[in-house]
Design a protein around this ligand. Structure first.
Ligand code: DAH
Length: 337
């Protein structure tokens, strides 16, 4: 019964080897050492061919038992290794969380909110109008009758006959006056559209804030005082402003407003094209024809209006050199503000 002795030895040796299994690789090695095609158990099976039938029965059974036992034990060790491997991938809930980027408002939204809050402190209400506008409100009611050459100043995107994307926020003036009686004191922010060649300084869509103040005896001095106060509050108390005479069909007299360049404090630099000044809005005293268009009596009321270029002002204040950056939605760029 040398073979029975051998089987016992194999068991002992196997049990010792089993203790050494610590990963999948060593498990596989042990498995093939004992149960592989050329493994120890297979070679024992070869030996029984030499035995006489009686012994072969006994030893055969012992060998089969050995083989099954080893297999069962290997299976159980495999289960443990596998479980441990899974545990290694478990999430550690005690680790600090990954940092996440908190969203911010778009620089234009921030600027519009800041500008509106300045005007709110001066007593202006906020009004809104549609971005798709009729010819009447966008042009005719503003003293720009059909064929008026000034219509060409604003290359228009037409949606349909007499329907267009508004080219400025001025139509909110006549919309508002059509449904309200004086006194009127509003600011109207919003997008406007013009079919302009796209470049670093102009885009096919941009933002304006329209202002309108109508009451008895409103004067150009009120306009000037309001604009000056606004500029100092928004651009800083050292900002200087300058009114230049200009022309708009809906105001008479009309002016354009420049602020001293924030970058060079008026000394002249690349941003202000070495003039020391930056143009930020058009304004003037409301033309009597506009009052007539909305049913106000120009003998009884006067008013001032202005149209402020928001994108331009934001670019100036934040030192942004390409207007397109405001509309590219590049988060890396936007999150700086
Ligand atoms: N609507 C003009 C434009 O977009 C700007 C403007 C000029 C608005 C004078 C006004 C104004 O209200 O009085 O070019």
């Amino acid at each position: 019964m040398i073979l029975l002795e051998k089987i016992k030895n194999v068991r002992d040796q196997f049990n010792a080897d089993l203790e050494c299994i610590n990963d999948l690789k060593s498990w596989e090695d042990i498995k093939s050492k004992y149960l592989g095609r050329k493994g120890i158990v297979s070679s024992l099976f070869l030996d029984i061919k030499e035995l006489d039938p009686e012994d072969r029965k006994v030893i055969g059974k012992a060998l089969n038992d050995l083989k099954n036992d080893l297999q069962t034990q290997l299976d159980s060790v495999y289960g443990k290794i596998h479980h441990r491997k899974k545990e290694e991938h478990y999430i550690d809930y005690t680790l600090p969380g990954l940092p996440f980027f908190k969203g911010t408002r778009h620089p234009l939204t921030q600027a519009i909110d800041e500008m509106l809050s300045i005007f709110a402190r001066l007593g202006f209400d906020i009004a809104y109008g549609p971005e798709v506008e009729t010819d009447w409100y966008n042009f005719s009611s503003l003293n720009l009758p059909p064929h008026h050459p000034a219509r060409d100043m604003q290359d228009t995107f037409y949606v349909d006959d007499g329907i267009m994307l508004r080219t400025h926020t001025s139509p909110v003036q006549t919309r508002y006056m059509s449904t309200h009686t004086p006194p009127v004191r509003i600011v109207a922010p919003g997008r406007v559209y013009r079919n302009e060649a796209i470049s670093t300084r102009s885009y096919c869509m941009f933002h304006q804030i329209e202002g309108l103040y109508v009451d008895k005896k409103v004067t150009f001095a009120d306009l000037r005082g309001t604009i000056e106060l606004f500029c100092k509050m928004y651009f800083g108390k050292n900002a200087q402003i300058k009114f230049r005479t200009s022309f708009f069909p809906f105001t008479e007299p009309s002016a354009e407003v420049d602020v001293s360049c924030f970058l060079c404090q008026g000394k002249g630099c690349r941003v202000c094209k070495h003039t020391g000044w930056l143009e930020i809005m058009g304004c003037g005293m409301v033309d009597p024809n506009v009052f007539q268009a909305v049913g106000y009596d120009p003998e009884k009321v006067t008013g001032f209006a202005f149209g402020l270029g928001v994108d331009r002002s934001v670019m100036l204040k934040l030192d942004i050199h390409d207007i397109r950056m405001l509309f590219d939605n590049d988060v890396e760029f936007l999150k700086q503000f």
